[in-house]
Ligand binder design. Structure first.
Ligand code: SF4
Length: 355
């Protein structure tokens, strides 16, 4: 069991981040925010796959002006991503938005930041204080020579203290670099000094294959250390993939469960059914299932009995057939032709029973 770091709670709309809440999964739309229809349609798709907080880019006035309609119709709290412009921040705060992400390093005006925080306090809006290796303050670059883990942590600690001195506490922090070890170390330093919740992720991780690996390693290490109250996997891929990957990471560490977890063997010379095809069909058929369920599909009896017993349901394959297991017990033998349908039929029953 992972012992999670004790953090104080922050509220983004009705979603609690930190303070013992489950790790919250979030993502970001890739639509033009002023295209309200497209943005809402993507938010709804993300909500269907389990996204709990959504961030939208607000680069221009037309995007800020679209926010009221988006906030009103979104099924999950909306966070505005603000860079450079205090004017856009104030305009966004008029929309009923639930949170904003601010990167003080690129606003660079303490007076304006203070005013934005006062407005957030008045409106009950949460803030994500973002520190990125690409926009570190000049004074820290001069002190450390480059955006090191220590420099990133120092920047985050400095701005957290600044926020708190203004009396504003409903904020979480993200410290992001695209280098995994630097990212882990910066978050670790910060986490050891405060109880402020952390939003974790590896920024600009890359396309789905390599980006998933990089994110899983970085986010996985932090979660294993008990660090992380909300997570975003950043991929150059449709955002639905980010959400699914986030759940896969969380479920592999026993922190959240959503949808199907397939345990299947790598196959070897003992195999006597077309296991890759069976796994492919089962995975495809169950991709939208919400019931947290562990399905074991094993090629032969070597590990099958043990794995099937650990899973909620499973197939232990043999010569052109399999034994169907449910809750650790064999329930019947099925032929290769019928095994996928039989397995799916049982899972459907489990879904009905869970309702
Ligand atoms: S479960 Fe059986 S078929 Fe699958 S890899 Fe192990 S020994 Fe091979």
């Amino acid at each position: 069991m992972i012992e999670r770091r004790k953090t104080r709670p922050v509220y983004v709309g009705n979603v609690q981040v930190g303070g013992g809440a489950p790790v919250v999964v979030q993502s970001m739309t890739d639509t033009k925010t002023h295209d309200v229809e497209e943005t809402l349609s993507q938010i709804n798709r993300l909500y269907q796959v389990g996204c709990e907080l959504i961030r939208v880019a607000v680069p221009r006035e037309e995007d800020a002006l679209a926010l009221p309609e988006i906030v009103k119709n979104s099924p999950i709290p909306v966070i505005g991503d603000i860079h450079f412009s205090p004017r856009i921040a104030f305009l966004s705060l008029e929309s009923g938005i639930h949170g904003i992400r601010l990167n003080p390093g690129n606003i660079n005006d303490e007076g304006k930041i203070r005013e934005i925080l006062q407005e957030c306090e008045r409106k009950g809006v949460a803030v994500r204080l973002g520190v990125n290796s690409g926009s570190l303050e000049e004074r820290l670059l001069q002190k450390y020579g480059y955006p090191s883990a220590e420099a990133l942590a120092e920047s985050a600690l400095h701005w957290s203290e600044f926020f708190e001195k203004t009396g504003f506490t409903n904020f979480k922090v993200s410290i992001k670099g695209s280098d995994v070890l630097q990212n882990v170390e910066a978050n670790r330093i910060f986490a050891s000094k405060t109880d402020i919740p952390l939003h974790i992720g590896i920024t600009e991780a890359g396309p789905s294959g390599k980006g998933t690996v990089k994110s899983s390693v970085g986010i996985g290490i932090l979660l294993y250390l008990g660090i992380g109250d909300t997570v975003r996997v950043s991929l150059t891929a449709p955002p639905e993939e980010e959400v699914k990957t986030a759940y896969d990471i969380l479920s592999s560490l026993g922190l959240r469960r959503r949808g199907v977890e397939i345990v299947s063997c790598p196959t070897c010379g003992r195999i006597e059914v077309n296991l890759p095809e069976v796994v492919r069909r089962v995975e495809e058929s169950l991709k939208d299932i919400k019931l947290p369920i562990k399905v074991a599909i094993m090629g032969c009896v070597v590990n099958a009995i043990g794995e099937a017993k650990e899973a909620d349901i499973g197939l232990a394959c043999g010569y052109k057939s399999a034994v169907l297991f449910k809750e650790g017990k064999p329930i019947r033998r099925v032929s290769e032709e019928e095994m996928v349908e039989e397995l799916l039929r049982e899972i459907k029953t489990m879904e009905e029973d869970a309702k």
